[in-house]
Design a protein around this ligand. Structure first.
Ligand code: A3P
Length: 338
């Protein structure tokens, strides 16, 4: 079946040798720039993370962020799923893809049944600008992308063009626990020793985690959602869990693909929710045995428990209190409850 995947992978084709050399030189410059940033070693599954514009990013992805800032040209029709890692990226990718393409594919023969959501909706800085400059102009509208870039570091054209951004936030306690498991799963693949829970917790609290400080990341999008509600929608992972029908309809409306009353009567909302549910996706063959494209990492690393409140099985009451306190200090003044 021809679908979106082949299209975004086509964006790297047809470069002349001269263009390839220019791109290589450009990335050498970015690499140099990144090497001068403050950095931390060994705390992630990457060798090093660096502090860029107030946020911690893997060195190699930081080059991608700079490339996105310099080269990405947004369209008003672009739809962007934005997240802190482990806050619902896989879920929002699946939902956006299914919403926008619902008239293209029958549910029982859907790309999401044979491909991981990360293969269908690319992360701009990780999948598209990873040492390469894709020709995204060839993609038909609406283009769906995902990013972990903080709101304040988004390319200006994404703000100016009026692209629609759907941000999924998650409570920091569950997100931390999820991230710790994820990092250790990937480290095991690389034969690296696991990260100690308490040391990793300390770093997370200090803001030293992928895309961290966690709270600043969420706050940037929260404030933007208040200032530009037509362009930035802020939804909590927990809300999606609690009332998926309501929030799926909100997302569809927001990105310009509202459900008609006929579709609702025919059960389209429930079908999409079922297709994109943790239960369905995590039990698919592709997500049980497949690998993240171009990496040695298993797709199943993106699926663990998919529940709200798992943090209580891992965090002590002191740890919970500490994270709650940081959340209160950083976020409550802005009306953000996480
Ligand atoms: P847990 O580790 O708490 O289970 P991300 O997609 O941002 O990497 O986040 C991964 C987290 O979302 C994991 O949380 C994973 O289990 C959960 N998740 C993945 N797919 C999901 C889905 N379709 N619905 C709900 N949660 C999902």
């Amino acid at each position: 079946m021809a679908h979106y995947t082949s299209t975004h992978r086509d964006c790297f084709l047809n470069k002349t040798k001269e263009e390839e050399e220019n791109i290589e030189r450009t990335f050498q410059g970015y690499k140099q720039l990144v090497s001068n940033l403050p950095n931390e070693e060994g705390s992630e599954f990457f060798d090093q993370i660096c502090l860029y514009q107030g946020f911690w990013i893997a060195d190699v992805h930081c080059q991608g962020v700079i490339a996105v800032q310099n080269h990405f040209k947004a369209r008003s029709t672009d739809i962007i799923g934005a997240t802190n890692p482990k806050s619902g990226t896989t879920w929002i990718k699946a939902l956006l893809f299914a919403i926008v393409n619902r008239s293209k594919y029958p549910i029982n023969n859907h790309p999401l049944l044979s491909e991981n959501p990360h293969g269908l909706v690319p992360c701009i800085e990780i999948d598209l600008y990873n040492g390469r400059i894709p020709d995204l102009e060839i993609l038909p509208s609406p283009r769906i992308f995902q990013t972990h870039i903080s709101y304040t570091s988004l390319p200006q054209s994404m703000i100016d063009s009026g692209s629609r951004i759907v941000y999924i936030s998650r409570n920091p306690k569950d997100a931390f626990v999820s991230l710790w498991h994820f990092k250790n799963k990937l480290r095991a693949v690389l034969s690296k020793p696991p990260l100690t829970f308490t040391e990793d917790f300390e770093k997370f609290c200090k803001g030293v985690s992928l895309s961290g400080p966690f709270w600043d990341h969420a706050l940037g999008y929260w404030k933007a959602s208040l200032e530009r509600p037509q362009h930035v929608l802020f939804i909590k992972y927990e809300e999606l869990h609690e009332d998926p029908v309501l929030h799926l309809k909100r997302i569809a409306q927001f990105v310009g693909y509202p459900f008609s009353s006929e579709e609702e009567k025919e059960g389209m909302v429930d079908e999409i929710l079922k297709l994109c549910s943790f239960e369905t996706l995590s039990n698919l063959k592709v997500n049980k045995i497949g690998k993240i494209v171009g990496t040695p990492f298993p797709n199943e690393a993106f699926f663990r428990k998919g529940m709200v409140g798992d943090c209580t099985n891992y965090l002590t009451s002191e740890m919970i209190e500490r994270l709650d306190q940081i959340t209160e200090e950083k976020c409550h003044g802005y009306g953000l409850i996480m």
